[in-house]
Design a protein. Sequence first.
Length: 287
Amino acid sequence: MELKLFISFASEDNNKMEALFRALQKIGPPIYPIVVAKTNRPGKLLADKVNEGIQESQFFIPILTNNSIANQWVNQEIGFAYSHSRMILPIIDQNIMSKLKGFINPQLDLPFYFESDSTNWRREAHQFRNCYKKLIDFLKERALNIVYDSEISPSVVRQGESYTTKVKFKGIVENGFFDIFVKHQDSDWKKWNWDNSTLKNLVPTNGGELHGEVEVEKKYTWSTEYWPVGKYKIYTRLYDHLIIGARGRFYLAEKVHNFEVQLLCQQAANQKLQLTGTADFFRQISE
């Protein structure tokens, strides 16, 4: 499974970003680090490149230092990543821990930290390297061993008919669950079909029922009654929730499916008769 990681940083910490970026690149596929400054998308606004990069990624890695803690771009990127349920794995200067507020705060488990040293840049570089090595070990254990797949059948149905979704997951989670997001492509209509056997309570601070190293398959049947006619994107996802009692659900795996809901045969026939009748009427009055 392809794994994309968005790196957020202040320009003053460019050397730290480069060290982390190179270390992630050395691992190679399926890990793909994303840095907006290195993304070549001619004609795109910077804000659009940032938004697209975060949405393409499963993991969001902000480098938090005295340089970035009050940086407007970095803070906006953190908020955007949080609102889109990306797993946030901050690398933090230990000296600013007490200053952290908002989505990343000292009450959270923040295992990836280093100690800055303005008097000894070699020592600071060594500390930072040890920190991102711990992060890479975490990714190798949790993310690279994930097996996830899903399928939808049939991919085209008549309005009111049902379809089947199958999902399977193998990997390590804390409090995982399955959820399916359905989005109509021609309107604002959308819905979530969560699996209430793996998520028994929708309270946003509660986690799911999958714990530890799991291997699970699920099958669901959904009706399209009252769904608008047209094309859809269906996102099947495996979510995790690290800290019970705190907000912060994020998805570890996702697969996107194309889906279509067509008119019922009788509806289509009635619509055709109406259109034919209208055409006959205009033809008659024009003669």
